[in-house]
Design a protein around this ligand. Structure first.
Ligand code: TRP
Length: 440
């Protein structure tokens, strides 16, 4: 098979996924990441458990799935990056700003994501070496080193390109992740905290359903976990040939992402309860509580710890790849750069923005995550809904989505037109008021 020349010129043929499962696995690889394990357990733990899970599932069905279908549909149709997709489908209109917003969000998320990814890698090595905690005195330079190591791994995959890098990496990493997660969840259930852990996750306290800030958290978490609102899935689906059934693929991606988040909860919360820790540890759950739990487990704790952080590292890497790919694809076309150059330029800027986080100055992970997940992604998602629902041609949308003129297609369209935008807009206003009153 002839290699497609890697170039930003549109006249050259664009890269494509090679195999049928390549696209779906890459989309799952993008979706399943720190958001499912660090973010989901953080949100579930601090928002009171099962009630949050219920709201999250509702958000996934009425906002997550329809928005994912919208991104898949326009990306495959336009065969271009996050910005170019809007320029192509709606020339000479301001819709392309949606794509620019996404490229901006990618820089922001990639400021902190590799910092966490680096911490994961560091913990993996610590557990492998028989320790249970990152040495206190290690100082900021060690953090910077791990930040860079994670970034370099991400860059390596993206430089190899769509089929030799992204597709190959995900084909290897995703099955490995699934097997390890099942094994770890099964082990977690034997630790004696299963009853409390599962009750915490699956028995809702109905009163907490009235909490609007929990709804916001759930929607933001849905966007982040499913990689929505930023054009990552527009970009991935632009490497797709026509013969894919998008509704089924999107359902598979949503199902796997949600299943893996729940499985991660099943491995984390029983262990947390078994050793009497607080499930509402927030950001410290994965990087503080869990290492402590592994440390208390005795003989197998170190192994469990190493396996857990290895798994988390895989998930983080495949997601970071998709985050980096959004601006890379845009830079290749817009500034006519070859893949290597675009990747290096973009990654360097991202690393510089991320350094203050590693050093613990100016702004931190929670702040940047908050801006991205609760503002930029839902806003991007809102524009994507409005574009496909109102800005584009109705018949074009239905046929390009593979829904056709079916009942499901009509429901999808009306969700994009009214239901999802209204929900996002209302929650957005609530959030702005909340932030103005109480800060992040
Ligand atoms: N979904 C990933 C996670 O759960 C993070 C991610 C990757 C992402 N690509 C994205 C989030 C695009 C928003 C947009 O960790």
């Amino acid at each position: 098979m002839a290699e497609v020349k890697q170039t930003g010129l549109e006249t050259q043929s664009r890269e494509q996924w090679v195999t049928r499962s390549g696209f779906m696995l890459a989309a799952v690889g993008s979706a399943v990441g720190l958001g499912n394990i660090w973010g989901f357990s953080h949100a579930l733990g601090t928002s009171g458990g099962a009630a949050f899970l219920l709201v999250y599932l509702i958000a996934i069905v009425i906002i997550g799935y329809p928005v994912m279908m919208a991104e898949f549909t326009i990306g495959r149709k336009a065969q271009s990056d996050a910005v170019g997709t809007f320029e192509k489908l709606a020339p000479k209109t301001p819709w392309f700003i949606t794509g620019l917003l996404g490229v901006g969000a990618a820089f922001l998320i990639m400021a902190f994501y590799p910092v966490l990814g680096g911490m994961v890698a560091q913990f993996f090595v610590v557990f492998l070496a028989g320790g249970t905690a990152v040495p206190e005195a290690s100082g900021p330079w060690v953090g910077v080193a791990w930040h860079l190591i994670f970034m370099i791994m991400t860059v390596a995959v993206v430089i190899l390109g769509v089929k030799r890098g992204i597709e190959k990496a995900n084909k290897f990493l995703m099955p490995l992740l699934a097997v390890m997660l099942f094994a770890l969840a099964a082990y977690g259930l034997t630790l004696g905290g299963a009853r409390d852990g599962l009750a915490f996750m699956f028995t809702p306290t109905w009163a907490s359903l009235g909490d609007t800030s929990m709804w916001l958290t759930a929607i933001g978490q849905a966007f982040f976990s499913l990689s929505l609102g930023m054009g990552a899935l527009i970009t991935y689906s632009s490497y797709l040939k026509q013969q894919e059934r998008l509704p089924g693929t999107a359902a598979g991606v949503v199902g796997m992402d949600t299943g893996i988040a729940i499985l991660a909860g099943i491995m984390i919360f029983p262990a947390v309860f078994a050793f009497g820790h607080d499930p509402a540890g927030g950001g410290t759950l994965v990087f503080g509580t869990l290492p402590a739990v592994f440390g208390e487990m005795g003989a197998y704790g170190g192994l469990f710890g190493a396996a857990f952080f290895f798994l988390l590292g895989i998930a983080a890497l495949s997601s970071a790849v998709s985050l980096l790919e959004v601006p890379v694809a845009y830079f290749m076309r817009r500034f006519n750069m070859v893949r290597q150059k675009a990747t290096l330029v973009v990654a360097t800027i991202m690393t510089i923005i991320g350094l203050p986080i590693t050093f613990g100055v100016w702004y931190d992970t929670d702040f940047v995550y908050g801006i991205a997940a609760t503002f930029l992604l839902p806003l991007g998602g809102l524009f994507i809904c409005l574009f496909v629902g109102w800005g584009w041609n109705k018949n074009e949308a239905l046929s390009s989505s593979d829904f056709g003129d079916s009942t499901l297609g009509i429901i999808w369209l009306w969700i994009l037109r009214i239901v999802a935008p209204a929900l996002i807009a209302i929650l957005f206003v609530y959030k702005v008021i909340d932030v103005v009153k109480n800060g992040f």
